[in-house]
Design a protein. Structure first.
Length: 393
């Protein structure tokens, strides 16, 4: 199978590209290194040192049967996207090339617009290029569970059967995005659903939960292959942040009460889910949604787990609740379905104490790279007057 991984230099993309190549697929990575540039603009960096793409591929290609090639590509420019698809004629395209941080999209108007252009225009360019150059290719697109929000009903996989005034239909599940980033993902899903119906394209939309962990069997083979580990207030997830805070003696920063519940999965399961989708492709004209997660946790649950494991390692771990800068419910119903990937054979990697210990030990290994100044949030979802008071505090 010939697979184009767009956004293959990023956290999910890099691990996925290696996994697919290691499992016999012909992989081409396309990226424009925007993610690295955003780090530089914001003054943040991965906890783990990330090698250049040349160094990464030189290391990988020197010791494996299935080499990976690279193309510099910006998805917001249509002609190069179309030209690449015409030249490569891939069997499948895995689309990761998006700005994936909710806080980044809420910094100001410019960052909201940048997120919209990169994500929504880039996605639209890819769909038009597929129509023109590779209409039979299977598109596997990374969405997010955040598209659904936190409704007071159980979350189904993409669609819900509704009976209204005596008539019944199956419709896309209602979306309640919580940031401009999540809003772009809703736009993407609508685009995919439309082009599958209108043009007969085939697409799998992976509504992914929060991903944690660093190592896959492939990224652990050499230092040059190590993956990102973001802990800052812009790109870092709560679990990554807690593990780093525990390692350096910083209080665990819980936003609000910590009752916010989300879906989670290990990076090892992320790469396996993409492979399962590729090996079991959607049919022509089919748009399908897989909810991609394995477990549910509240933010407070994660803080307690990290504190408990950290203390068994001899660390002194304190939990600190602070005003929530985000626009979100802190107490809510959250039940969601994930039957499709399990039916294809996904065997979940559960979050256990050993995994938390591994993440804290990693943070301790790279302790000298931690910048405490980038941990606490300085981006607010609140109205301007409220935001000003938070930022000045």
């Amino acid at each position: 199978m010939k697979v184009l991984v767009i956004g293959g230099d990023g956290y999910c993309g890099w691990a996925t590209a290696l996994h697919l190549a290691d499992n016999g697929m012909q992989v081409v990575i396309a990226d424009n290194f925007a993610r690295r540039a955003w780090d530089g603009q914001l003054g943040v960096a991965s906890l783990t040192p990330i090698a250049s793409m040349d160094e990464r591929l030189a290391c990988w290609n020197s010791s494996v049967e299935h080499a990976i090639s690279f193309v510099h590509l910006d998805v917001t420019e249509y002609e190069p996207v179309c030209a690449l698809l015409e030249e490569m004629r891939p069997d499948a395209v895995v689309h990761f090339a998006q700005q994936r941080s909710a806080p980044y999209s809420m910094i100001d108007r410019d960052h909201a617009v940048q997120t919209l252009v990169n994500n929504t225009v880039g996605n639209l360019n890819l769909l038009w290029a597929l129509r023109e150059a590779a209409p039979d290719a299977h598109l596997v697109k990374l969405g997010t569970m955040g598209e659904y929000g936190t409704p007071n009903i159980d979350i189904e996989e993409g669609f819900i059967e509704i009976t209204h005034k005596g008539r019944t239909d199956t419709l896309p599940f209602p979306k309640q995005p919580g940031s401009f980033y999540h809003l772009t993902k809703v736009h993407d899903s609508d685009q995919l659903y439309f082009v599958c119906r209108a043009w007969g394209l085939r697409a799998t939309d992976l509504h992914q939960g929060v991903v944690y962990g660093v190592h896959t069997p492939q990224t652990a083979r050499a230092p040059q292959l190590i993956n990102r580990f973001d802990y800052d207030h812009v790109f870092g997830t709560a679990l990554n942040r807690f593990c780093v805070e525990a390692a350096v003696g910083h209080p665990l920063t819980v936003y609000g009460t910590g009752g916010q519940t989300r879906s989670f999965l290990n990076i090892r399961d992320t790469v396996r889910c993409v492979e399962l989708a590729l090996r079991n492709p959607a049919q022509a004209g089919q748009y399908r949604v897989f909810n991609q997660f394995t477990e549910l946790f509240s933010v407070a649950d994660l803080a307690r787990a990290v504190a408990r494991v950290g203390e068994t390692m001899g660390l002194t771990v304190k939990v600190e609740h602070q005003e929530n800068p985000r626009f979100e419910k802190e107490r809510h119903h959250y039940e969601t379905r994930n039957a499709n990937l399990r039916a294809l054979g996904l065997q979940p990697t559960l979050l256990e104490d050993g995994t938390l210990r591994e993440m804290i030990e990693l943070a301790m290994t790279f302790k000298d790279r931690v910048d405490p100044a980038v941990i606490r949030p300085s981006i607010s979802w609140k109205p301007r007057a409220k935001a000003a008071s938070i930022l000045s505090a």
